[in-house]
Write a protein that binds this ligand. Sequence first.
Ligand SMILES: C[S@@+](CC[C@H](N)C(=O)[O-])C[C@H]1O[C@@H](n2cnc3c(N)ncnc32)[C@H](O)[C@@H]1O
Length: 417
Amino acid sequence: MINESILVESLSCKNASNSIDYHSLPRFRWYGYKEGFSPNLVVEAINEVGIEKDDYILDPFNGNGTVTLTASINNIKSIGIEVNPFVAFMSRAKLENFSSEEFSKDIQNVLSSALLGKKSKLSTYSTFSEESGKSKWLFNSDVLNSFEGGWQSLKKFSTAKKSIFQLSIIGAAMDNCNAVKDGKCLKYRSNWEQKNFSVQSFINSLEKRLQKNVSDLKDLFIPHQATIINADSRQIIKSIQNEFKLCITSPPYLNSFDYTDIYRPELFLGKFINSSYELKQLRFKTIRSHVEIRLHKPISSDFGEIYNTIFKQINNSEYIWSKQIPTMIQSYFEDMQNVLTDLLVKAKKEGELWLVVANSVYVGVEIPVDLILAEIGTRKGWKLKRIEVLRYINRRKTKYCGNINKVRESLIVFQKD
Ligand SMILES: C[S@@+](CC[C@H](N)C(=O)[O-])C[C@H]1O[C@@H](n2cnc3c(N)ncnc32)[C@H](O)[C@@H]1O
């Protein structure tokens, strides 16, 4: 019987589900990513499951690449799947090896090209700069042109060197962006007009980032390169050839957070997408955990008793901020059911699936995502080993969340019997 009485707390690593620790770690620090979990959790899973020489680890929602980078540092094979091309690029760049001396030699040239600048095609697009004529803009055009100057100077670099420089140039642009990531959206900094981000502030940020690259390239060689696949997991898991020993992952949470929206500046800066049409197409490839687009209607609704009870309460409520929410909830569990089914086929005998998820709240009703996914997984043939409580996340009080001010974040551990 799956209910709250089965929850345990037995992990030895602390802060397993938040990435605070990795902002100072070599290579992890090349690009900040708030939504990641801790490398310590990956190490704990590796130790518990026991990875042999020919085993590999899979992460079908690879994000920042905590799993692939940790596995690669420890000389373990791994595959990461990530739908967002900027995020996939970021996790790949963090794995590149390159001579730190050779890298250093190019820094001055790239900084000089950034200082000189080049006209950016983005300056008149959407809200990218003041030249678009809007009342608010993401980048001052000097910053955007400086970015473009640096970016274009990398054309002849080898892939490894180019990726590391590109990641730092995008990072420096975001350091000098008039908006910052704030929860689910990009929010303009307070007094953003007075910040006066300029060519010089961009160059300073870039230089700082490039120095970190040099020091990490020198100190931390990556002995094994993970495979990063930029694709939709719902389509691609079936075609992976070998069976995994460990899959450790954190799918998007059921919290209406749209990763394509929050990484929109990076997607355009890096030319991973070039139009709002391409952005919309990318949204259709993501797990249906947000309401930014008109979602494809789900077909299945057979996700067990806990789901049925909760869904009825939410679907019958009048106080909902978007009519798409019931569809999103049903779609989310349909996507996750399909992913859990595909993963079972690709697991070795006694292989394990470690799934980090969080509950969510709509119309004052808490959705116990951990219990529902545990129920779905067992119905599909996984053996449930345990559900760990990782922490309780504080919620902003809104008129839609009733009295619930905290939600549970959990780790579900399944095994293939
Ligand atoms: C919670 S984050 C994963 C964070 C990761 N554990 C880390 O530590 O960096 C979820 C990721 O799933 C990705 N994603 C969403 N839909 C996807 C899909 N259909 N296929 C593959 N990745 C997807 C998002 O872009 C996001 O980067």
